[in-house]
Write a protein that binds this ligand. Structure first.
Ligand SMILES: [Zn+2]
Ligand SMILES: [Zn+2]
Length: 584
């Protein structure tokens, strides 16, 4: 680049994005720096005045989020087309770093040695070198590592080609990074999540995004410059699908303002839901009950004003259907009849943080830290539910340590406003009993009862085990009900309907577990339970303060199960909740 070619704000923002991506790779405290560059990119791209005037007028640091270090890089980029930080980072990392770092188990130092010794800059070159037996000769590698690498590469490729799915929180993290990046493009009004991520499905295959933009081609070009992209899978003028460094697939549809609402609806899916809407639009399929629907809908949209999804549903003569319900599981018929749930539970409704672990069992944070973090999130109460003694591998709390925990709860309680409830996550042992003696169980404020061992019982035995537990005379919340671990362990075998029948007439409620690896029980079972008027709590199953943010995944899952605010016990105030879950 010659000095006469001045970079515009978008080119500067793109360079700052590159810096952020490389710092992110370094990890550790450089992650914070990465965030700063990310912010810088957004600020510069969003400038309303000419970037040159800001630079030459020495006004960069007066912009929010831009400090001296960042300002000096921006100035360099503007004046010379280069950034000393970016050049340094490029020197530090071998070529092809973003692609190679996608191979699991390949650390940055290993990528460096591969580059230095064999000149490897891509996955293809890595594979060729491994097949030729060149990697085993390198210091720190060996024949075994070489074989593992080959295996990982082939798994990686296959997984990438097949339907690799991501856990919800990973998909959301990646989507947020990409949306941050896209927001630096010009003439883009809005970027919305779509697809299964917007429907809060348990796992996500393709991260789908829809942008509302006056210049689709420009936005697609900008997207394709994103430093996280390692492969372009499909590219059209106004849409494209790519693969990112971590293996995630991302598709972007760039829609002009008049087409945005329909594009968002179509991209959000599910396919079955959209197909049925299409049939209705064609005059086929179920019919509307206009009187019922009109009662719930403020106004009727005319054909010319399909500004948002609400207008589209109105046009089809039905109530607006929230994304979490769009599975063609009866929601369209209900919307045509005007009979969708009046008030699905929302994140803002939740007033108590349920199911928290501390350092007393296998949590990472102390009791006081968990309590203060829950309070900082605006909660009115928090239940401390460490593991019971049978879960010895998870540091289950024995009786003497339990007494100590109760004393500590009293101490911490004096320093905070949030109400701390004494709880346990009691194992359901093999014969269906709970873990502490009755006299102790009665002294808790809340009991979560969970299965943590012997998952492989046959269905009849497992059903008996859970039914016995649910019939125990103390009130208990059935924790991570069917024991599934998403993408790794299926739910265990049991007669769910029979168990739900028993719960409906027992002292029990069911947990919607917000841990993104669990999200248990599944939406179709939540609906079955609700039919029986069973109550729920939405929990976090948090083993650290950070995991308190699991709450949103629990709420998403509850909404997928059509839960109303009134079905969820931890939407109650502290006193009412305590009364509702009191063991005896
Ligand atoms: Zn558990
Ligand atoms: Zn737990």
């Amino acid at each position: 680049m010659t000095k006469s070619t001045r970079l515009d704000k978008f080119a500067i923002a793109a360079a700052l994005q590159d810096i952020a991506a490389l710092l992110e790779l370094k990890g550790g405290k450089d992650r914070f720096k990465a965030r700063a560059y990310q912010t810088g990119a957004r600020v510069i791209a969003g400038l309303s005045e000419d970037v040159g005037e800001v630079v030459l007028g020495n006004r960069l640091t007066s912009l929010r989020g831009i400090g001296d270090a960042l300002a000096s890089q921006i100035e360099q980029l503007y004046l010379t087309g280069e950034s000393s930080v970016l050049l340094e980072l490029r020197k530090e990392f071998p070529a092809g770093i973003l692609e190679l770092s996608a191979v699991p188990g390949l650390s940055i130092s290993k990528i460096k040695s591969l580059h230095e010794a064999l000149g490897i800059t891509s996955i293809a070159e890595l594979k060729a070198a491994a097949e030729a037996g060149k990697i085993r000769t390198l210091k720190g590698f060996g024949a075994k590592t070489e074989a593992t690498l080959l295996q990982t590469i082939s798994n990686h490729r296959q997984r990438g080609k097949q339907d690799e799915r991501l856990h919800l929180h990973r998909a959301l993290e990646t989507a947020t990074q990409v949306v941050d990046y896209l927001q630096t493009a010009r003439d883009t009004k809005e970027i919305s999540l779509a697809g299964s991520l917007r429907r809060w499905k348990e796992t996500v295959g393709t991260i789908r995004l829809v942008a509302n933009t006056k210049r689709p081609e420009t936005l697609i070009e900008h997207f394709l410059r994103c430093p996280l992209i390692v492969e372009v899978i499909e590219q059209m003028e106004e849409a494209c699908t790519v693969r990112l460094t971590q293996g995630a697939r991302v598709s972007l549809v760039a829609a002009r303002p008049p087409e945005f609402a329909l594009a968002l609806l179509t991209e959000t899916g599910s396919k079955a839901h959209v197909n049925k809407l299409q049939q209705i639009a064609n005059g086929e399929g179920p019919k509307s009950n206009p009187k019922q629907v009109a009662k719930k809908r403020p106004r009727r949209a005319s054909r010319s004003e399909l500004q948002n999804e609400e207008d589209i549903y109105a046009q089809l003569g039905m109530e607006y259907i929230p994304p979490e319900l769009r599975e063609d599981a009866g929601e369209i018929e209900a919307a045509l009849e005007g009979k969708l749930p009046e008030y699905l539970v929302t994140l803002a409704d939740i007033r108590g943080m349920v199911h928290c672990h501390t350092t007393y069992s296998d949590g990472k944070n102390s009791l006081a830290e968990m309590v203060r973090a829950a309070e900082a999130m605006g909660m009115k109460y928090v239940t401390i539910t460490d593991h019971s003694p049978t879960a010895f591998y998870a540091g289950g709390v024995t009786l003497d340590r339990l007494k100590r925990q109760w004393a500590e709860i009293d101490e911490v309680q004096e320093q905070v406003k949030i109400k701390i409830l004494r709880g346990t996550e009691s194992d359901i042992v093999a014969d269906g009993r709970l873990d502490y003696p009755d006299k102790i169980l009665e002294q808790f404020d809340v009991i979560v009862a969970s299965i943590h061992s012997r998952y492989k019982m046959d269905s009849a035995k497992m059903t008996r085990r859970i039914v016995t537990a649910m019939r125990q005379p103390v009130f208990k919340i059935w924790g991570h009900a069917l024991g599934r671990k998403l993408l790794s362990r299926p739910p265990f075998d049991c007669d769910v309907e029979q168990i739900l029948d028993v719960i409906a007439e027992s002292q029990a409620a069911i947990e919607v577990n917000g841990d993104p690896y669990r999200l248990d029980m599944a939406p179709q079972w939540i609906r079955e339970a609700r039919k029986r008027k069973i109550k729920f709590v939405i929990s976090v199953d948090a083993h650290s303060t950070g995991a308190l943010n699991n709450l949103k995944y629990g709420v998403g899952t509850a909404r997928r199960g059509w839960l109303r605010k009134a079905d969820v016990l931890n939407t109650l105030g502290a006193k009412a909740f305590q009364k509702a879950v009191k063991p005896v």
